[in-house]
Structure formats: C-alpha cells, structure tokens
Design a protein around this ligand. Structure first.
Ligand code: ZN
Length: 287
C-alpha cells in the first residue's frame, strides 16, 4: 500500500507538473486605440507647474493578455465610431474638440486582435478598468465574453455623480442596449482571474468610484502593473495629482498601493496615458 501511495504521489506530481507550468501567461501585448492630443499637459493635470508644462500626445492604452485558460482584453478603448474623424457622431462635441482623438478604424481593438492572429469571438474575458469613454468604448464587440468590472463602477456608469457626469465622459451608448444583458463578473475588491495568481485584478479606486488595475506575472518572472487611469502618466507618479478624480484621497491611496506592489515585487508600472513610456515601450509583446 505504501508503495502504491508513493507511485500515486509521483504520478500526481508528473500529471500536475505540466499543467501548473502551462498555467502561465503566454504574453502581454500593449496596444493603443489611437491617440489624444496634442494639448497642454496642464489641461489634464492642472497641478503641473508652468515651468514643467509641455504639449503632449498620449496613447489610449488597451491590453491583450494571452493565457492558456483564455484570451483576455483589458480595456477596449474608444468606440469604433470615433474613428477617422467621426467623433461627433458618438461623443459630446466638447470631448472631440478637447481630446482631439486620432483613431483610425484599424486601431480599434477588434482589428488589433486580428492583426495579432486572434479573432474577437475568441476573447474569453474583457476586464474594464472603468467606465470612461476611452476605456469601455467597445465592450459591445464582445457579447460572448465574461466582463469583469467592479460592481460600484457599473452603478456609477449608469448614474454618475453630477460632477463626474458634466464632462460627458460616461457615454451611455457604450454600455446600453444589448450590453445590459452581458455576463458581468461584478467584483467588490481584488480578484485572481484564473486562480493561478498570474493575472490579478486590483481594486484601485479614486479616478472613478470603482476603478481597477491589473497585475500580470510573466513566465520570465517579470511583474507588470497595468495601472490604466489609476496613474495616467509619470507626472502623477511624481506627485502631481490628475485633474479628474472621484476621490483624491482614494486616488492617492491607490497610487501608493501600486507603488508598493511595484517595489515589493520588483515590478514595473505601465501608465494608461503616458506619451514617453508609450514611445519607448508601446506596440509590442511582453513575454
Ligand atoms: Zn483614460
């Protein structure tokens, strides 16, 4: 019996060994749904002092994560209708004039997936950082996916506070109609997406009521912290808070949290809208 138990244990090791090894992210792709700008950085971050002011043209980050248990998209960018100068058919005119989106139809998440050899209907999970127009824009392209979002963020999208609604940054057309009946995995905090620790959804409120970020562990051991709008760009990390926040207190706590995760795990933070980081590191796979 004892021998049998040892053999069974060894077999178990052999059988679980490879599947554990497989339960790793195969790669992470950093894409952009076109660009915003150029405009003065102070338009977005009024706390940046005059001497550090400059014109910026920023990416609209979207992420594709290839995992053996399923293909994951983290944020779906600007709605496809924003493409090729057609902004005012879908957004408030003020946001088209202010953000100056330059998105070509080929920049939209479905075409990006196709360029990488995937099809949109193969996407198993769509994680949405928050419900602003440049992050939730194309969830309707993924009717079969499980949509992972904080419960509070869904509520806020449908009935935002007056001070958040004013700028037209929640666009009802992005998540009404058929999107009401999608499968939402409504979170109230952090979540280990595939149960193997390789893709962690992290609650990072502040920019919006229910903002969330994602931490990915690559096979190489590298830890990527995909902050999205918890940290727009380097200036925010340097201590200049963003101009648009649901709660400045929560916003600062979330930045602190991501910095500590970065330092404890020797990781790297990727910002949602940083011109220079995108130029140096965007548009490519991380493995
Ligand atoms: Zn954004």
């Amino acid at each position: 019996m004892r021998k049998l138990a040892i053999v069974a244990a060894l077999l178990g090791f052999v059988l679980t060994g490879p599947s554990d090894a497989l339960a790793q992210v195969k790669g992470v792709y950093w894409g952009t749904s076109g660009f915003f700008g150029p405009f003065n950085i102070q338009d977005l971050i009024p706390s940046v002092p005059k001497e550090k002011a400059r014109n910026i043209t920023i990416p609209v980050s979207v992420w594709i994560i290839d995992h053996p248990k399923g293909l994951v998209v983290f944020d779906t960018g600007n709605n496809a209708k924003i493409s090729d100068g057609q902004c005012k058919t879908h957004w408030a005119a003020g946001n088209c004039d202010g953000l100056k989106p330059t998105q070509k139809r080929d920049d939209v998440i479905d075409r990006q997936l196709q360029k990488l050899g995937f099809t949109p209907d193969k996407v198993k999970v769509v994680i949405t950082s928050h419900s602003h127009l440049d992050h939730i824009g194309n969830i309707k392209l993924f009717p079969k996916a499980v949509h992972v979002i904080q419960k509070k963020e869904l509520y806020q999208a449908w009935w935002p506070e007056k001070f958040q609604r004013g700028g037209g940054v929640f666009v009802m057309g992005d998540f009404d109609g058929e999107a009401r009946d999608f499968n939402y995995l409504e979170l109230e905090g952090d979540y280990d997406l595939f149960g193997d620790g390789s893709i962690m959804v992290l609650s990072t409120p502040g920019h919006t009521l229910g903002h969330q970020s994602v931490k990915v562990k690559l096979p190489s051991g590298q830890v990527m912290v995909l902050a999205q709008d918890a940290i727009w760009m380097q200036e925010n990390l340097d201590g200049y808070p963003a101009g648009l926040n649901y709660s400045v207190k929560d916003y600062n706590n979330s930045i602190g949290r991501l910095k500590m995760i970065r330092d404890l795990e020797n990781g790297e933070i990727f910002f949602g809208h940083d011109q220079d980081q995108w130029k140096a590191k965007g548009g490519k796979w991380y493995k």
